[in-house]
Design a protein around this ligand. Structure first.
Ligand code: SF4
Length: 338
């Protein structure tokens, strides 16, 4: 797994106003200066010096915090130029950036490739046009499909960012989003819950009673279903939930936030798989289940929630459990040694 060095580019002049985004408010209050190529170089040097051992698996520089290809090209050059010396010396293996589906075209991809970018993440969010419109995204589902096609043609690795709980979203439309996203065969996916942040249109909608966030439990159930769908098709889900921390919590007004959101989703998947497997076993028949030894805590669930749920369902006494270091993560299987 690559060691990721994050470079934050303060939000600069995005002409859009997606309802869930408060970047305009943050930028207005933060007074942040633009990052220079020297600044990029300094960040990379700092991280490499701080974690020399972690660079062994390859280093990826990831630009966060904006729609990279929406910046003027001269500005994109400046930022990427900060990484070029590290690419040339082999100290950095790849560059990742994120952008909007409508900010991707053939010449842009050629330009990025020439500058060493190999991974592009698209903020797709939903593949339901009604949801995109209700969110003020300003792009279409068709543009997301086309952007993936162009990126693939340009030999880029493609990641898709998807959100759960957006305005006008239904269970059916979320499932459609997941199916469409999987059909695009991305290299990886990130799943984020829609949160209500201070300074966003969603916060105003919430105050006016026009939007109700999903519950945490409901979001975990949906995210687990999404992850299982992608897992079954060999599509990696590299993150679930936003990066937790005081900065996010400072802006949070409402919504399904939990610092251990990803853990909760993995725990839910273990619960789902355990229940499914036990359904195949006749009641009263002794059964031993096996999990990966790295999944002990996912099996228990956050604050042992899975154990409590299995007890509630009368399933806890129906099996014994063993852990196997060689078993793949997040799987549950029956061991036939009775
Ligand atoms: S989510 Fe991205 S595209 Fe939308 S307003 Fe925020 S920065 Fe702009």
């Amino acid at each position: 797994m690559a060691f990721v060095i994050p470079v934050f580019i303060p939000h600069q002049g995005c002409p859009h106003t997606c309802v869930f985004c408060n970047q305009h408010t943050i930028t207005g209050t933060a007074g942040t200066a633009p990052v220079t190529p020297e600044g990029v170089r300094a960040v990379i040097e700092q991280w490499l010096a701080r974690s020399p051992g972690r660079a062994a698996g390859g280093v990826q520089v990831a630009f966060y915090g904006g729609s990279f290809t929406g910046l003027p090209q001269s500005r994109q050059c400046e930022l990427l130029d900060g990484v070029v010396p590290f690419l040339e010396s082999g100290r950095v293996r790849e560059i990742r950036l994120s952008t909007r589906p409508d900010y991707v075209d053939g010449p842009t991809i050629d330009f990025l490739r020439r500058r060493g970018v190999t991974v592009v993440e698209l903020g797709v969010q939903s593949m339901d046009q009604t949801v995109l419109d209700a969110c003020g995204r300003g792009h279409t589902c068709g543009q997301a499909v086309e952007a993936v096609r162009l990126l693939r043609r340009g030999a880029m690795q493609v990641g898709l960012q998807l959100m759960i709980g957006l305005p006008r979203e239904t269970t059916a439309s979320l499932l459609r989003t997941v199916r469409e996203a999987a059909r695009l065969r991305p290299d990886f996916v990130r799943i984020y819950p829609a949160l209500v942040l201070r300074g966003s249109e969603l916060a105003d909608m919430l105050a006016r009673g026009e939007y109700r966030p999903l519950s945490l439990g409901g979001t975990v159930v949906r995210a687990a279903r999404m992850k299982e769908y992608f897992d079954a098709r060999g599509i990696r889900v590299v993150r679930m939930g936003l990066q937790a921390g005081p900065e996010l919590e400072k802006w949070l007004v409402a919504g399904p936030y939990h610092p251990a959101f990803g853990e909760m989703v993995n725990a839910r998947i273990m619960l789902n798989r355990t229940r499914r497997i036990l359904r195949k076993v006749r009641e009263g028949e002794p059964v031993r289940l096996s999990i990966s030894s790295r999944d002990r805590s996912a099996f228990r669930g956050v604050r042992s929630a899975n154990i409590a749920r299995l007890r509630e369902l009368g399933l806890l006494d129906r099996f014994s459990l063993s852990a196997d270091a060689g078993q793949p993560r997040h799987t549950v299987r029956i061991v036939n040694d009775f």
